[in-house]
Structures are given as structure tokens and as C-alpha cells.
Ligand binder design. Structure first.
Ligand SMILES: Nc1ncnc2c1ncn2[C@@H]1O[C@H](COP(=O)(O)OP(=O)(O)OP(=O)(O)O)[C@@H](O)[C@H]1O
Ligand SMILES: [Mg+2]
Length: 247
């Protein structure tokens, strides 16, 4: 499994360059964390990779060596890429049970609805959501933390090869954090490349990232291991950018 981002630049619809140039070469399953201050371009990067209409992307995105840059979003999903967005959208009229079982049938090759529903309940259990959420409309009226956990269950249902997770831990309470970490760990165990955007070093009490990247002002300005997370916790981000000559 390889996932490569080559010299990617991202522009908003009004022409602003929000990602100046990012290259990442991820060649084995693992948890690849991106940290960085508000407005660094983290969400823009993953949204543009997935094909969000508000962005224009330059550069190339390769999955297993295949150039998938220009594929429509649903084709990227079919090839195994999924994005858990920072703010999951409500889908009025579609219930959790229906959506998850549909995804499980499609992506896991399950035929029977009963079996798909059983797997859906299992995934919800994994992220600490009760069965009662199955009958609710997807995301509608759910709390911030519930949304994040349901979005993770949706990602797991897809059995992705590449999971882009945009702050799956934000707004998640202290007791649910280990569950979120476990769900992310499951993705890695299942052989996925996980690109994990987070602001919370607290998450790494429960989860060891394979690598950490720091994004600042539209570029990757540093990379390393958990020691880098500790440095950020102690000193913030600005010094890293300055250390690198303020690129
Ligand atoms: N559709 C858009 N139109 C205009 N500006 C945008 C758009 N999307 C992003 N931006 C701007 O691009 C910059 C990067 O935003 P982005 O959401 O990628 O940051 P981020 O690193 O994810 O920050 P955070 O940690 O706060 O989530 C910000 O200044 C933001 O206002
Ligand atoms: Mg963001």
C-alpha cells in the first residue's frame, strides 16, 4: 500500500493559495499525523485531495502508483480513500442504520441486511455509541463528540485503504478518547494508511503515531516522532517555522 502526495498546491475558489506545496510519500500502513496551527491549510489539503468543489488542486496524488488526482470523489472512495471531515454534515432523512448498512454491504461485500446491521452495531460499540443511535437521522441533532465518533464508525465501515481523518478527536470527552484511539488503531491494524490531523497531544497517550508532520503556513516545516509532539506542547509552532527560516 502506497499513498503519495506530490508537490500539491491548493487554491480556494477565489484564487487564494492555502497550501503552498506539500509532498508526502507514505509507503506502508501506519498513522501519519499532521499537526499545525489554525489556518495552516491542513483541512484544505485533505478536502482538496478528496475532490471538494471549493478547492483547486495542483500537483499529483498517487494510490499504489496510480495517478488518482483527477478522479471524481466517488471514484476515489471506490478505490479505498475516505475522509472524515472536521465538521461532518447532517443527512436529513437518512437513518444511521440505513447509511451504515448500505456502506457495509457495498464496501465489505456483505449481502444480508441483518448481517450488515450487526456489523454496524459492532462498529458503533467500538466508538462508544449505543444502539439507540441507529434509528436517528445521520448526524442530525447530534453532539460534537457524537458526530466525531459516528464519523469514525462510518470510516471503519468503509474498510479504507487510505483514511484521511480531520480532527477525529476534537470535542471528544476524556473517557471516549481511548475509544477513538482504538478505532484509529483498528484502521492501522487492518492495513490502512491513516493521515491523522489533530491538535491534541493527549490523543497520543493512547495511540503511537508512526510519524509526525508539522504543517505551517501551507507547508510541511518539520517531521519526526513523539518527541516532536512534546516540543510542540512545550513551545508551540512558531519557533519551528522560524528555525526553518520562516519558509
Ligand atoms: N473555501 C475557502 N474560501 C476561502 N478561504 C478558505 C477556504 N478554505 C480555507 N480557507 C482559508 O485557508 C486557510 C487554511 O484553512 P484550513 O481550514 O485548511 O486550516 P486548518 O489548518 O485546517 O486550520 P484548523 O486547525 O483551524 O482546522 C484559512 O486561512 C482559511 O480561512
Ligand atoms: Mg482544519
Amino acid at each position: 500500500m502506497t499513498f503519495e502526495i506530490q508537490k500539491v498546491k491548493v487554491y480556494t475558489s477565489d484564487g487564494k493559495e492555502v497550501v503552498k506545496e506539500v509532498s508526502l510519500c507514505l509507503v506502508k500502513p501506519g498513522i501519519y499525523t499532521i499537526m499545525g496551527p489554525n489556518g495552516a491549510g491542513k483541512s484544505s489539503l485533505v478536502n482538496a485531495i478528496m475532490g471538494h468543489q471549493s478547492y483547486r488542486l495542483e500537483g499529483r496524488v498517487l494510490l499504489e502508483g496510480e495517478d488518482i488526482t483527477k478522479l471524481p470523489t466517488h471514484e476515489k472512495a471506490r478505490k479505498g480513500i475516505t475522509l472524515a471531515t472536521q465538521m461532518p454534515l447532517e443527512i436529513e432523512g437518512v437513518r444511521v442504520a440505513e447509511l451504515l448498512s448500505r456502506i457495509i454491504k457495498r464496501f465489505q461485500g456483505v449481502d444480508k441486511t441483518d448481517e450488515a446491521l450487526r456489523i454496524a452495531r459492532e462498529l458503533l460499540g467500538l466508538v462508544g455509541l449505543s444502539d439507540s443511535i441507529m434509528s436517528r437521522y445521520f448526524m442530525v441533532g447530534m453532539s460534537g463528540g457524537e458526530r466525531k465518533r459516528l464519523e469514525l464508525a462510518r470510516v471503519l465501515a468503509q474498510r479504507p485503504r487510505v483514511a484521511l481523518l480531520d480532527e477525529p478527536d476534537s470535542g471528544v470527552d476524556v473517557e471516549s478518547m481511548p475509544l477513538v484511539a482504538k478505532a484509529i488503531e483498528k484502521l492501522r491494524e487492518d492495513g490502512a494508511i491513516v493521515v491523522l490531523i489533530t491538535h491534541q497531544p493527549r490523543l497520543f497517550k493512547h495511540l503511537e503515531p508512526d510519524h509526525v508532520y508539522v504543517m505551517y503556513n501551507g507547508r510541511i516545516v518539520a517531521e519526526g516522532g513523539l518527541d516532536l509532539v512534546q516540543l510542540i506542547e512545550d513551545k508551540g509552532y512558531t519557533w519551528i517555522a522560524h528555525r526553518n527560516g520562516g519558509r
